[in-house]
Design a protein around this ligand. Structure first.
Ligand code: NAP
Length: 262
Protein backbone atom coordinates (compact mmCIF):
# COMPACT_ATOMS: atom_id res chain seq x y z
CA UNK A 1 0.00 0.00 0.00
CA UNK A 2 1.40 3.39 -1.00
CA UNK A 3 0.85 5.74 1.96
CA UNK A 4 1.02 8.80 -0.31
CA UNK A 5 3.58 10.70 1.77
CA UNK A 6 6.81 10.28 -0.25
CA UNK A 7 8.66 13.60 -0.51
CA UNK A 8 7.09 15.07 2.62
CA UNK A 9 9.17 16.23 5.61
CA UNK A 10 8.85 14.81 9.11
CA UNK A 11 10.31 15.95 12.40
CA UNK A 12 10.74 12.96 14.72
CA UNK A 13 11.82 13.83 18.26
CA UNK A 14 13.81 11.50 20.52
CA UNK A 15 14.53 9.19 17.62
CA UNK A 16 18.04 7.69 17.93
CA UNK A 17 16.64 4.57 19.63
CA UNK A 18 13.46 2.74 20.52
CA UNK A 19 9.99 3.83 19.47
CA UNK A 20 11.09 7.15 17.96
CA UNK A 21 13.64 5.35 15.80
CA UNK A 22 10.98 2.83 14.76
CA UNK A 23 8.80 5.72 13.56
CA UNK A 24 11.70 7.33 11.67
CA UNK A 25 12.55 4.00 9.99
CA UNK A 26 8.97 3.44 8.82
CA UNK A 27 8.68 7.00 7.50
CA UNK A 28 12.04 6.65 5.70
CA UNK A 29 10.70 3.48 4.08
CA UNK A 30 7.78 5.55 2.74
CA UNK A 31 10.15 8.11 1.20
CA UNK A 32 9.65 10.81 3.83
CA UNK A 33 12.56 13.23 4.43
CA UNK A 34 13.52 13.43 8.07
CA UNK A 35 14.85 15.64 10.81
CA UNK A 36 15.66 13.41 13.78
CA UNK A 37 16.72 14.39 17.28
CA UNK A 38 18.17 12.93 20.50
CA UNK A 39 20.60 14.21 23.11
CA UNK A 40 23.68 12.01 22.46
CA UNK A 41 25.35 12.81 19.17
CA UNK A 42 27.01 9.49 18.38
CA UNK A 43 23.96 7.16 18.42
CA UNK A 44 21.93 9.88 16.70
CA UNK A 45 24.44 10.14 13.85
CA UNK A 46 24.57 6.35 13.57
CA UNK A 47 20.77 6.24 13.25
CA UNK A 48 20.83 9.02 10.66
CA UNK A 49 23.36 7.00 8.62
CA UNK A 50 21.19 3.88 8.87
CA UNK A 51 18.15 5.82 7.67
CA UNK A 52 20.05 7.30 4.69
CA UNK A 53 21.29 3.84 3.77
CA UNK A 54 17.76 2.42 4.03
CA UNK A 55 16.46 4.87 1.42
CA UNK A 56 18.95 6.82 -0.69
CA UNK A 57 16.10 8.95 -2.11
CA UNK A 58 15.50 10.81 1.14
CA UNK A 59 17.31 13.55 3.01
CA UNK A 60 18.02 12.95 6.71
CA UNK A 61 19.22 15.66 9.08
CA UNK A 62 20.25 15.03 12.69
CA UNK A 63 19.99 17.70 15.39
CA UNK A 64 21.45 16.73 18.79
CA UNK A 65 20.16 18.18 22.05
CA UNK A 66 17.48 18.06 24.73
CA UNK A 67 14.11 18.56 23.02
CA UNK A 68 12.82 19.97 26.31
CA UNK A 69 14.82 23.18 25.74
CA UNK A 70 13.71 26.16 23.66
CA UNK A 71 17.07 26.31 21.86
CA UNK A 72 16.86 22.70 20.63
CA UNK A 73 13.22 23.07 19.61
CA UNK A 74 14.21 26.12 17.55
CA UNK A 75 17.13 24.17 16.04
CA UNK A 76 15.02 21.19 14.96
CA UNK A 77 12.36 23.48 13.49
CA UNK A 78 14.99 25.48 11.60
CA UNK A 79 16.53 22.28 10.21
CA UNK A 80 13.19 21.14 8.75
CA UNK A 81 12.32 23.00 5.52
CA UNK A 82 8.60 22.24 6.07
CA UNK A 83 7.08 20.20 8.88
CA UNK A 84 4.35 18.08 7.26
CA UNK A 85 4.58 15.41 9.93
CA UNK A 86 5.48 15.89 13.59
CA UNK A 87 6.18 12.91 15.84
CA UNK A 88 6.42 14.11 19.43
CA UNK A 89 8.46 11.86 21.67
CA UNK A 90 10.72 12.29 24.69
CA UNK A 91 12.21 10.31 27.55
CA UNK A 92 9.71 9.36 30.23
CA UNK A 93 9.74 10.73 33.81
CA UNK A 94 11.35 8.53 36.50
CA UNK A 95 9.30 6.18 38.69
CA UNK A 96 8.83 6.83 42.40
CA UNK A 97 6.47 7.74 45.23
CA UNK A 98 4.55 11.02 45.06
CA UNK A 99 5.47 11.72 48.69
CA UNK A 100 9.06 12.24 47.58
CA UNK A 101 8.37 14.45 44.56
CA UNK A 102 9.02 18.16 44.76
CA UNK A 103 7.45 20.99 42.79
CA UNK A 104 10.60 20.90 40.60
CA UNK A 105 10.08 17.18 39.83
CA UNK A 106 6.52 17.91 38.71
CA UNK A 107 7.61 20.91 36.68
CA UNK A 108 10.26 18.81 34.91
CA UNK A 109 7.74 16.08 34.04
CA UNK A 110 5.10 18.52 32.81
CA UNK A 111 7.72 20.42 30.83
CA UNK A 112 9.09 17.29 29.12
CA UNK A 113 5.92 15.32 28.48
CA UNK A 114 3.24 17.99 28.14
CA UNK A 115 4.59 21.46 27.35
CA UNK A 116 7.38 20.36 24.96
CA UNK A 117 4.98 18.63 22.53
CA UNK A 118 2.51 21.53 22.85
CA UNK A 119 5.24 24.05 21.95
CA UNK A 120 6.18 22.05 18.84
CA UNK A 121 2.53 21.69 17.86
CA UNK A 122 2.04 25.44 18.31
CA UNK A 123 5.00 26.14 16.03
CA UNK A 124 3.77 23.89 13.21
CA UNK A 125 0.03 23.24 12.95
CA UNK A 126 -1.13 26.55 11.51
CA UNK A 127 1.31 26.21 8.60
CA UNK A 128 0.18 22.60 8.13
CA UNK A 129 -3.41 23.87 7.94
CA UNK A 130 -2.45 26.54 5.41
CA UNK A 131 -0.79 23.78 3.30
CA UNK A 132 -3.86 21.52 3.55
CA UNK A 133 -1.93 18.59 5.05
CA UNK A 134 -0.54 17.84 8.48
CA UNK A 135 -0.10 14.84 10.74
CA UNK A 136 0.85 15.06 14.41
CA UNK A 137 1.51 11.92 16.44
CA UNK A 138 2.22 12.15 20.15
CA UNK A 139 3.87 9.10 21.69
CA UNK A 140 2.35 8.95 25.17
CA UNK A 141 1.78 5.73 27.16
CA UNK A 142 -0.75 3.04 27.97
CA UNK A 143 -0.49 4.54 31.48
CA UNK A 144 -2.77 7.36 30.28
CA UNK A 145 -5.62 4.83 30.05
CA UNK A 146 -4.61 2.50 32.87
CA UNK A 147 -2.34 4.31 35.34
CA UNK A 148 0.75 2.58 36.72
CA UNK A 149 1.18 3.45 40.42
CA UNK A 150 4.94 4.07 40.45
CA UNK A 151 4.73 6.21 37.29
CA UNK A 152 2.65 9.00 38.82
CA UNK A 153 4.69 11.75 37.13
CA UNK A 154 4.05 10.12 33.75
CA UNK A 155 0.35 9.41 34.47
CA UNK A 156 -0.18 13.06 35.42
CA UNK A 157 1.88 14.89 32.79
CA UNK A 158 0.78 12.72 29.87
CA UNK A 159 -2.88 12.92 30.89
CA UNK A 160 -2.53 16.71 30.80
CA UNK A 161 -1.28 16.48 27.22
CA UNK A 162 -4.06 14.04 26.33
CA UNK A 163 -6.77 16.38 27.62
CA UNK A 164 -5.32 19.32 25.74
CA UNK A 165 -5.02 17.37 22.47
CA UNK A 166 -8.64 16.20 22.72
CA UNK A 167 -9.74 19.82 22.41
CA UNK A 168 -7.12 21.03 19.94
CA UNK A 169 -7.55 18.19 17.43
CA UNK A 170 -11.22 19.11 17.07
CA UNK A 171 -10.66 22.72 16.07
CA UNK A 172 -12.26 23.11 12.63
CA UNK A 173 -9.34 25.27 11.43
CA UNK A 174 -7.13 22.19 11.91
CA UNK A 175 -9.40 19.16 11.34
CA UNK A 176 -11.12 21.01 8.49
CA UNK A 177 -7.80 21.54 6.73
CA UNK A 178 -6.60 17.93 6.79
CA UNK A 179 -4.47 18.35 9.92
CA UNK A 180 -4.89 15.38 12.25
CA UNK A 181 -3.52 14.99 15.78
CA UNK A 182 -3.53 11.57 17.41
CA UNK A 183 -1.86 9.94 20.39
CA UNK A 184 -0.18 6.54 20.26
CA UNK A 185 -0.21 4.71 23.61
CA UNK A 186 2.49 2.04 23.86
CA UNK A 187 2.12 -0.89 26.22
CA UNK A 188 5.32 -2.95 26.64
CA UNK A 189 7.77 -2.56 23.76
CA UNK A 190 11.16 -4.20 23.64
CA UNK A 191 13.38 -1.10 23.77
CA UNK A 192 16.40 -0.05 25.79
CA UNK A 193 14.07 1.71 28.26
CA UNK A 194 12.08 -1.47 28.85
CA UNK A 195 15.26 -3.52 29.22
CA UNK A 196 16.60 -1.04 31.80
CA UNK A 197 13.33 -1.22 33.73
CA UNK A 198 13.47 -5.04 33.73
CA UNK A 199 17.00 -4.88 35.10
CA UNK A 200 15.94 -2.55 37.93
CA UNK A 201 12.98 -4.82 38.82
CA UNK A 202 15.25 -7.87 38.76
CA UNK A 203 17.69 -6.23 41.17
CA UNK A 204 14.90 -5.07 43.50
CA UNK A 205 13.23 -8.46 43.58
CA UNK A 206 16.51 -10.38 43.67
CA UNK A 207 15.57 -12.36 40.55
CA UNK A 208 17.16 -12.84 37.14
CA UNK A 209 16.22 -10.50 34.28
CA UNK A 210 15.03 -13.55 32.34
CA UNK A 211 12.59 -14.46 35.16
CA UNK A 212 11.22 -10.91 35.34
CA UNK A 213 10.95 -10.74 31.54
CA UNK A 214 9.05 -14.04 31.46
CA UNK A 215 6.58 -12.84 34.15
CA UNK A 216 5.95 -9.63 32.22
CA UNK A 217 5.48 -11.46 28.92
CA UNK A 218 3.07 -13.93 30.52
CA UNK A 219 0.91 -11.02 31.70
CA UNK A 220 0.39 -9.81 28.11
CA UNK A 221 -2.37 -11.54 26.11
CA UNK A 222 -0.15 -11.47 22.98
CA UNK A 223 2.50 -13.33 25.08
CA UNK A 224 5.30 -11.10 23.84
CA UNK A 225 6.59 -7.54 23.90
CA UNK A 226 5.91 -5.30 20.93
CA UNK A 227 8.70 -4.27 18.56
CA UNK A 228 9.75 -0.74 17.63
CA UNK A 229 9.30 -1.75 13.98
CA UNK A 230 5.60 -2.58 14.38
CA UNK A 231 5.08 0.58 16.43
CA UNK A 232 6.75 2.63 13.68
CA UNK A 233 4.73 1.03 10.91
CA UNK A 234 1.51 1.88 12.73
CA UNK A 235 2.72 5.46 13.20
CA UNK A 236 3.50 5.72 9.47
CA UNK A 237 -0.05 4.67 8.63
CA UNK A 238 -1.44 7.39 10.93
CA UNK A 239 0.77 9.84 9.00
CA UNK A 240 -0.52 8.60 5.64
CA UNK A 241 -2.68 10.43 3.14
CA UNK A 242 -5.35 7.76 3.78
CA UNK A 243 -5.60 8.47 7.53
CA UNK A 244 -7.07 11.97 7.13
CA UNK A 245 -10.45 11.16 8.73
CA UNK A 246 -9.03 10.05 12.08
CA UNK A 247 -8.19 12.75 14.58
CA UNK A 248 -8.19 13.31 18.35
CA UNK A 249 -7.85 9.59 19.03
CA UNK A 250 -5.88 7.64 21.64
CA UNK A 251 -4.71 4.39 20.15
CA UNK A 252 -3.42 1.64 22.41
CA UNK A 253 -0.76 -0.69 21.03
CA UNK A 254 -0.39 -3.12 23.91
CA UNK A 255 -0.89 -6.71 22.76
CA UNK A 256 -4.31 -6.78 24.47
CA UNK A 257 -3.07 -5.77 27.94
CA UNK A 258 -5.77 -3.18 28.63
CA UNK A 259 -8.66 -5.29 29.96
CA UNK A 260 -11.64 -3.05 29.12
CA UNK A 261 -14.25 -3.65 26.41
CA UNK A 262 -13.67 -0.17 24.96
P1 NAP B 1 14.35 4.43 24.63
O1 NAP B 1 14.54 3.14 23.94
O2 NAP B 1 15.09 4.68 25.90
O3 NAP B 1 14.68 5.61 23.59
C1 NAP B 1 14.51 6.93 23.99
C2 NAP B 1 14.98 7.86 22.89
O4 NAP B 1 14.69 9.20 23.30
C3 NAP B 1 16.49 7.81 22.67
O5 NAP B 1 16.76 8.07 21.32
C4 NAP B 1 16.99 8.96 23.56
O6 NAP B 1 18.25 9.39 23.13
C5 NAP B 1 15.87 9.98 23.31
N1 NAP B 1 15.71 10.99 24.35
C6 NAP B 1 15.50 10.80 25.67
N2 NAP B 1 15.39 11.96 26.31
C7 NAP B 1 15.51 12.93 25.37
C8 NAP B 1 15.48 14.35 25.41
N3 NAP B 1 15.31 15.01 26.56
N4 NAP B 1 15.63 15.03 24.24
C9 NAP B 1 15.81 14.38 23.08
N5 NAP B 1 15.84 13.04 22.98
C10 NAP B 1 15.71 12.33 24.12
O7 NAP B 1 12.81 4.68 25.03
P2 NAP B 1 11.46 4.12 24.35
O8 NAP B 1 11.12 2.83 25.00
O9 NAP B 1 11.55 4.22 22.89
O10 NAP B 1 10.39 5.16 24.93
C11 NAP B 1 9.99 6.31 24.21
C12 NAP B 1 8.84 6.98 24.99
O11 NAP B 1 7.74 6.07 25.07
C13 NAP B 1 9.21 7.33 26.44
O12 NAP B 1 8.58 8.54 26.80
C14 NAP B 1 8.62 6.19 27.22
O13 NAP B 1 8.31 6.56 28.55
C15 NAP B 1 7.36 5.90 26.42
N6 NAP B 1 6.89 4.52 26.65
C16 NAP B 1 7.64 3.45 26.31
C17 NAP B 1 7.15 2.18 26.57
C18 NAP B 1 7.93 0.94 26.20
O14 NAP B 1 7.50 -0.16 26.52
N7 NAP B 1 9.07 1.04 25.55
C19 NAP B 1 5.90 2.01 27.17
C20 NAP B 1 5.15 3.13 27.51
C21 NAP B 1 5.66 4.40 27.25
P3 NAP B 1 19.23 10.19 24.14
O15 NAP B 1 19.23 9.45 25.43
O16 NAP B 1 20.56 10.21 23.45
O17 NAP B 1 18.64 11.55 24.27
Amino acid sequence: MDLGIAGRWALVCAASKGLGKGCAQALAHEGVNLVINARSEQPLDATAQELRASNPNIEVKAVAGDIGTDAVRQAVLSACPRVDILVNNNGGPPPGDFRDWTREDWQAAVDANMITPIELIKATVDTMAANGFGRVINITSGAVKAPIDILGLSNGARSGLTGFIAGLARQPQLAGNNVTINNLLPGSFDTERLRNNLEISAQKQNQTIEAIREQRVQSIPAQRFGTAEEFGTFCAFLCSAQAGYMTGQNILLDGGSYPGTF
